[in-house]
Design a protein around this ligand. Structure first.
Ligand SMILES: NC(=O)c1ccc[n+]([C@@H]2O[C@H](COP(=O)([O-])OP(=O)(O)OC[C@H]3O[C@@H](n4cnc5c(N)ncnc54)[C@H](OP(=O)(O)O)[C@@H]3O)[C@@H](O)[C@H]2O)c1
Length: 329
């Protein structure tokens, strides 16, 4: 039977303006880095997307290399869009990126015009789309002039292949330069996508100020530190966890006694706030209005339903923030 999205899908979600643009994003967005490749169960991937959309998540984040194998997350997502979401394209913000290794040779990586133009064309074909809503340069390229990369993003908007552009993994100084160039070209930078969680706080040393001052949105990736900021690793490594099933980017060796001690203390403190750790970790990011959205991943539909409960309390007293800082030191 055809998928019918829930009639209540916009009732509970919070939507935040992305910088000073006209676009609002759902406070939680869904990323397809893990759990959407050809190696994964297609039915489960499909259910995760439907569950997210039914819960008011409008923004779905991809990249050329998501899988495995690279490209397969975009291909699967394209199939899901085609099978289930034909009537909902205008309610969705779909992003893709290029910047990491995608194919052999000198034109399949980094930030040249040659690579980015070919990569976006490939992504559109895989997803069977005419355009994406946001296209990102995935990481800064020390060899290609920043002007070339930013001019390419501007070109893509003018060609109608993406509506907006963003940058990811750029440090504060290089982000400011990229934002300035894009402003001069007349294609403002919509959004920056950095890694940001309780365990990864580099953005607090300058980047968030740049984005706030420039009116650029911020979407924090791996807000749960790939699942560490939940209670799942407190008593060993569950068989269905990312460490057990993938183990490439989050490894058993990352779960040190010091990490476990911090998670355990955070878990106890979350209980005092009547929250689960997963909710407190997401709320802790959303307490800052400069964070447009937290970009979560999910291996099961139930995790989406659970994570969204973070919106029930995204306020922290100064005292609570101090306690959390002490635990994280
Ligand atoms: N721009 C970049 O360079 C870059 C890099 C990395 C990621 N990203 C983006 O960020 C997105 C999210 O990254 P991420 O997957 O690392 O995010 P994350 O939200 O930190 O981790 C997601 C994982 O945490 C676990 N989880 C999620 N909700 C849970 C819940 N309610 N209870 C218990 N466990 C839960 C699941 O892992 P289990 O398998 O253990 O269940 C899930 O796959 C990616 O998909 C991608 O779009 C961007």
């Amino acid at each position: 039977m055809d998928y019918q999205a829930s009639a209540n899908r916009y009732n509970e979600m919070l939507y935040r303006r992305c910088g000073k643009s006209g676009i609002k994003l759902s406070a939680l967005s869904l990323g397809l880095w893990h759990n959407f490749g050809f190696v994964n169960d297609y039915g489960n991937s499909r259910n995760i997307i439907k569950t997210a959309f039914d819960a008011g998540i409008t923004h779905f984040d991809l990249a050329n290399n998501y899988g495995p194998p690279p490209g397969s997350a975009e291909e699967n997502f394209g199939k899901i869009l085609h099978d289930d979401f034909k009537n909902y394209r205008d309610e969705m913000i779909i992003s893709s990126k290029a910047g990491y290794t995608m194919w052999d040779g000198p034109y399949g990586d980094w930030g040249s015009k040659k690579y980015l133009v070919s990569s976006l064309d490939q992504s559109l074909k895989r997803m069977k789309l005419d355009y994406v809503d946001i296209f990102y340069h995935h990481r800064p390229d020390p060899s290609t002039p920043l002007e070339e990369t930013m001019r390419t993003l501007d070109l893509m908007v003018r060609q109608g292949k993406t509506l907006y552009v963003g940058i990811s993994n750029y440090k504060a100084v290089e982000a400011k330069k990229a934002i300035d160039i894009l402003n001069q070209l007349g294609t403002p930078c919509l959004i920056h996508q950095p890694k940001y969680s309780m365990f990864e706080r580099w953005v607090e040393n300058g980047l968030l100020d740049v984005l706030g001052n420039e009116g650029v949105g911020c979407i924090s990736f791996s807000p749960l530190a790939q699942g560490l900021l939940t209670d799942k690793y407190l008593h060993g490594i569950p068989q269905d966890s990312r460490v057990a099933t993938s183990g490439i980017f989050l490894k058993e060796s990352n779960i040190t006694p010091i990490v476990i001690e911090k998670i355990s203390k955070l878990n106890e403190f979350a209980k005092q706030r009547n929250q689960k750790l997963v909710h407190m970790a997401l709320a802790w990011l959303l307490k800052d209005e400069r964070i447009t959205s937290v970009l979560i991943g999910a291996s099961k539909p139930e995790q989406i339903i659970d994570s969204i409960k973070c919106l029930e309390n995204i306020k922290f007293s100064d005292e609570e923030l101090k306690t959390i800082n002490n635990i994280l030191q």
